[in-house]
Ligand binder design. Structure first.
Ligand SMILES: [Fe+2]
Ligand SMILES: [Fe+2]
Length: 199
């Protein structure tokens, strides 16, 4: 980690976190956060949760995968939690309850993590993050990630779908997942037809 180059204010607020997400991640990663926040609003409608905590957690959830913060051998969700815990949250004015929620929400978000979550906020981020891997957006994201290799991108999308598709628990997320899974299946079938399976 090259934190020596990162000069942080002693006090950080949400606009600083947003700006750091844009500069340390990039526009592509910031768009993912914005979609996930939108999804959380939709799948969490009518639920009681700490909106500030889940918003901060969503901005921070993938920081462990950003070049400045990533560490070989440390899974990105855990690394994101470490960065939040040591570098970011101590600079924010937040109640202890919110800090605990944010840390759990970040650490447990990844689809490869099958541990149950405790908080509503962690459930919301997890299922919203799952949804952004499905449908047309999931396919486009994978191709947008590069490199110029269509077959492996397709394999990754299918493998991820296997791990995600049966894990939605929130009713709106289940409905959205069903729509996205159907679109993804149709899109993959068209891709196969138009490419004559030469990917
Ligand atoms: Fe992630
Ligand atoms: Fe994510």
């Amino acid at each position: 980690m090259t934190t020596t180059e990162l000069v942080l204010n002693p006090h950080l607020a949400l606009p600083d976190i947003i700006e750091l997400t844009r500069t340390e991640g990039d526009a592509w990663k910031l768009s993912h956060v914005r979609r996930v926040l939108k999804l959380i609003g939709l799948i969490g409608a009518g639920m009681v949760y700490d909106e500030t905590a889940v918003t901060i957690a969503t901005y921070l959830h993938d920081w462990g995968a950003y070049p400045r913060f990533q560490q070989p051998g440390v899974e990105h969700a855990l690394r994101s939690r470490q960065v939040a815990e040591t570098l970011i949250l101590p600079r924010m004015v937040l109640p202890d309850t919110a800090v605990a929620i944010i840390l759990e929400t970040i650490e447990y978000h990844d689809y490869r993590d099958f541990r149950p979550v405790q908080s509503t906020e962690a459930l919301l981020l997890r299922e919203a993050d799952f949804l952004d891997f499905l449908g047309i957006i999931g396919l486009v994201r994978e191709y947008g990630r590069g490199p110029k290799e269509m077959e492996s991108a397709c394999r990754t999308v299918l493998k991820r779908r296997e791990l995600i598709q049966d894990r939605f628990t929130l009713p709106v997320a289940q409905q959205m997942a069903a729509t996205r899974l159907a679109r993804l299946a149709q899109c993959l079938a068209w891709l196969q037809e138009e490419s004559f399976d030469f990917l």
